[in-house]
Design a protein around this ligand. Sequence first.
Ligand code: SAH
Length: 292
Amino acid sequence: MNEPTKISSGNSPAGVTPGIRLSIATAKPTTHMAEPILTRVSGVIDFKLPRAGTLLPDMDLQALRAVASRLGIELAPAQIQALTAFVTDLYATNQTTNLTRVPEGEADAMHLADSLLVAEFAKRHARVLDIGAGPGFPAVPLALCRPDLDIIAVEATSKFATFLSAHCPTNVEVVNGRAEELDGRETVDLVTGRALAPLGIQLELSAAWCKVGGLVVPFRTPAEREACATINIGVLGLRLVALEERQIPGTDVVRLFPVYEKVRPTPAEYPRPWARIKARPFSARLPKPGSS
Ligand code: SAH
């Protein structure tokens, strides 16, 4: 088995300190992706269908289509094929390597549609960072549905980064490393992440990456509304500008997106080393139970 290869400074994303990038050669061959799903042609993403004979029956992807149509995104058949192939390979690999606990029947709503909800916060051609992408959420559905975006997926755990490297569209750069150890300060228009860490930790991991004027929009839940509104993260250079709730179509699950604008550069001491982030995280000033 090949050793993982270092990202050379020549091909690392602009402003990102080289970390570990997994060589595609180390990944298992995929069952359906005989050819790359996407290729970049002079800055435009060109969708390629798999070779004849490898076409999968399309999943209906009703929830994903509903979010796409709400956002005015028309999904071409090649995009549906690519999303279907990704989900099929995720669950095939999940039989031997634990990548997700969401049942396959819920993947359309709970993985694809949920991931795409964050697309509304990404302006055209934005550079987007997904911290803790796991096997690819939200990075992969976002990349396949919004080929104009340039996405970096930072993932600390090798088994996820390996899967992701072997399955990511060409507009996703996978970095196997920890967000707080990589240097990509002020290089990204939108920083997001789903199920990454408690709110204060997620915001500290995210803030420095975001350009002034850009947005940090973590995936949170409505139960955290007050925490999102009161958390004291001004020192990170962030300011809350909106709290947006979106229902996942076909479910009663509601996603909360607190929208933080980066209003000032994040001081150089943030993010702190992981041990200190964990020991003293930023936390919300919630009223004591019973007071009010
Ligand atoms: N976003 C995915 C995975 C969530 S699990 C999903 O919603 O399905 C959280 C992931 O964050 C794990 O894969 C873990 O390895 C990764 N992670 C945790 N801390 C991290 C850090 N500091 N930098 C990068 N990745 C991190």
